[in-house]
Design a protein around this ligand. Sequence first.
Ligand SMILES: *Cc1c(COP(=O)(O)O)cnc(C)c1O
Length: 225
Amino acid sequence: MSKIADTLSKLNIELEPYEARLVAISKTKPSSDIKEAYEAGQRDFGENKAQEMTQKYEELPSDIRWHMVGHMQRNKVKYIAPYVYLIHSVDSEKLLRTIDKEAVKSDRIINCLLQVHIAEESTKFGFDEAELNDLLENDFLKEVPNVRVVGLMGMATNTDNEAQVIREFQGLKLLYDEIKEKYKADNFSLKYLSMGMSGDYPIALECGSNMVRIGSTIFGERNYG
Ligand SMILES: *Cc1c(COP(=O)(O)O)cnc(C)c1O
């Protein structure tokens, strides 16, 4: 068995009790690596750049589910709108409007996660809790009917302080449970809580994640050269 296939099989065993979906984050990695994972049965892949994802989409099998996990510039949405499976990194009303507009052009409904800022670092994008409540309270989602909000995404602080990571993930899980019940809209139906990466996914699963985004554990360290 190849190293990629072997790692995927171990991860799947680890994820099974949590019924969590594995999104293999393939950014910067060649299509040949993705092909190897695909042949081992993996179908969900994540990228953080629209052009790179689109190029891979064109080269690889059409039943791959492409997840966008990186911060998006609005002028790049048009490249991925025709095929993207789930956008994890939706962090503004403006971006929601653009996704809606491009979804209409592609005659699609685009599934999105709202990214919530849970980390201490100021560099991580996302809504804070108040902004999120504002957006949902004001019926903003009625204005973007071709967007469907199906969950939340968050990234914990990159730290060895496990207690802090637990606190951040638990906070997001609480928020998820709260807004899931509180708000009703035709295009709001929470199913996915996307949290956990190579360094912290075991903690994220314990805190209630049902979708993990794992890159370097599967494909090796990234070399940005
Ligand atoms: C790169 C990336 C990941 C995967 O990171 P690893 O540490 O390689 O597992 C997960 N989520 C997002 C948003 C990313 O940009």
